[in-house]
Design a protein around this ligand. Structure first.
Ligand SMILES: C[S@@+](CC[C@H](N)C(=O)[O-])C[C@H]1O[C@@H](n2cnc3c(N)ncnc32)[C@H](O)[C@@H]1O
Length: 256
């Protein structure tokens, strides 16, 4: 038996309760963008529990979702029951094995924050580039460091209350700065978990990278992409000017 370490097993159990998004609306926005690029086959990088992949599959796209976490992939497969055209694989986004197979790739929900070094970032971007056909489009979400609230560093604040399959949890979160360049913060959370009569505290520390937008644009360009647009929202493409205060940035890049 091969032992596979799962860095996000705990998060996989609570993801769908804590980080709810309107995946259907996002899929409709993606659908409008994809129309211009004749997209049929989509790669979802760092797909988590499959929210984007499943919503796109329901619109008729053939989707492959990959994630490093076997628990996330297990959840995604469970969430996709009855949806035939979504496939899910355990794979590290730094070692994508596809070759010119996809018309589009997406990397949403800040999965890019897990690329903690430039080495990781470039392996990821080059792998996405290899996975796309010529003329394919890549939509990449990232956190913008200039919108980071430094006054929050070191302070604790209450997080989410979760109810998931009989488990109730409340979290307390603290952010600490790990490095300025690249800009990495530890997202340290304590989860107070009530699980069918028992109580436990789970401590999670996840380093997350926030990007300098110019540097990320340059990384895309030197990985072979042409950046077509940048927007603070997936729903408003293309907007070429974003405010330094926008936390969420979406790059729309093409493999020429
Ligand atoms: C915040 S979740 C986003 C999930 C999904 N994209 C969404 O928008 O709902 C980040 C995901 O990135 C995955 N991840 C982190 N490092 C990864 C890596 N090296 N390769 C593939 N997936 C990774 C995590 O397991 C997690 O599911």
């Amino acid at each position: 038996m091969v032992f596979v370490a799962d860095p996000f097993k705990f998060e996989a159990g609570i993801y769908d309760s804590v980080w709810q998004r309107d995946y259907r609306r996002e899929a409709e926005a993606l659908d409008q963008i994809f129309e211009a690029f004749s997209v049929h086959r989509v790669l979802d990088v760092g797909c988590g529990t499959g929210g984007n992949a499943i919503a796109l599959a329901e619109l008729g796209y053939d989707v492959v979702g990959i994630d490093i976490s076997p628990s996330m992939i297990e959840r995604a497969k469970r969430n996709a029951r009855g949806v035939d055209n979504a496939e899910f694989l355990v794979m590290d986004m730094r070692n994508l094995t596809f070759r010119s197979e996809f018309d589009a790739a997406i990397c949403l929900g800040a999965a890019s924050s897990h690329m903690l070094t430039d080495g990781d970032l470039f392996r990821f971007l080059r792998g996405v580039h290899r996975s796309l056909r010529n003329g394919g489009i890549f939509i990449l979400h990232a956190y913008n460091v200039s919108a980071f609230d430094r006054s929050a560093l070191g302070k604790s604040f209450s997080g989410d209350v979760v109810a998931d399959f009989g488990i109730k949890a409340r979290s307390r979160v603290r952010l600490t700065l790990i490095s300025e360049e690249p800009f990495v913060v530890n997202w340290e959370s304590f989860w107070f978990v009530f699980d069918r009569g028992s109580f436990r505290v789970v401590r999670r520390t996840i380093p997350l990278r926030w990007y300098r937008m110019g540097a990320l644009k340059n990384a895309l360009t030197s990985s072979g992409f042409v950046v077509e647009g940048v927007s603070s929202s997936l729903l408003h493409y293309p907007v070429f000017r974003v405010s330094p205060k926008d936390k969420n940035i979406y790059f729309f890049a093409m493999k020429p």
